[in-house]
Design a binder for this molecule. Structure first.
Ligand code: PGA
Length: 248
């Protein structure tokens, strides 16, 4: 059985004081549920959140990482540095990084491989643009992101990878994919994973939907068979909204 996994993606929001304030409020609201929860925060907030959530089930994630062990890579952070802080998850290949920071399927692949040498679980983002959806190539695009991103990754490691399907046209736009559209693509992702690996491997993997998830639509999305969780941007910045989503 796959454990539902709902993660927040704070993007470039919140300083340490704001992160601490969120954590205190969220811990008060937090009820034990069957859902695994994490907040993926800016690097500067990670230590604060790991400390604040110590002794709870609430996990902490980063939003990016470099694939080299260490070196002259100004502005970058390594897997070992994240492990040192005690981070549990790391987003890889978010569409904003693909769009603004030259992330490619090849760098996604290198980052996944590096993360899989340690204990941090990658959240690998895939998703098509509006042009690709309108042109009827959404499925091809997502398939190629999976093929290239997961290249040379062993079936034994894949259960640790979370796939987040985030159609670019639904991110931060208020325009959510319908639960049926999200389900259709998540089922397609599961089938692609069967092709790339096998049924047992694909069955174990968590597939999230992301893109304008909020308290009002979380239940419909989470009730879909092939959707195991959500990656939540804007609505994860408010403890009350995020808790309502987890408590779908
Ligand atoms: P959104 O962002 O929920 O604000 O649309 C989702 C994401 O980018 O992960």
């Amino acid at each position: 059985m796959r454990v539902p996994f709902i993660a927040g993606n704070w993007k470039m929001f919140k300083n340490r004081a704001e992160a601490r304030e969120f954590a205190e409020e969220f811990k008060k609201l937090y009820k034990d549920t069957d859902v695994q929860t994490a907040i993926c925060a800016p690097f500067t907030d990670l230590e604060t959140l790991v400390e604040a959530f110590a002794g709870t089930d609430i996990k902490v994630g980063a939003q990016n990482v470099h694939f080299a062990d260490e070196g002259a890579y100004t502005g970058e952070v390594s897997v070992a540095m994240l492990e040192d802080i005690g981070v549990d998850f790391c987003i890889v290949g978010h569409s904003e990084r693909r769009q603004y920071f030259a992330e490619t399927d090849e760098t996604v692949n290198l980052k996944l491989k590096k993360l899989l040498t340690g204990a941090i679980r990658p959240i690998m983002c895939v998703g098509e643009s509006l042009d690709e959806r309108d042109a009827g190539s959404a499925f091809d695009r997502v398939k190629s992101q999976l093929q290239l991103g997961l290249a040379d990754i062993d079936a034994k490691d894949t259960a640790r990878i979370v796939i987040a399907y985030e159609p670019i046209w639904a991110i931060g736009t208020g325009r959510t994919a319908t639960p049926e559209q999200a389900e259709e693509m998540c089922a397609f992702i599961r089938n692609t994973l069967i092709e790339l690996y096998d049924e047992d491997t694909a069955d174990e993997m968590i597939i999230q939907y992301g893109g304008s998830v909020k308290p009002a639509n979380a239940t419909d999305i989470m009730n879909m068979d092939e959707i195991d969780g959500a990656l939540v941007g804007g609505a994860s910045l408010k403890a009350k909204d995020f808790m309502e989503i987890i408590d779908f």
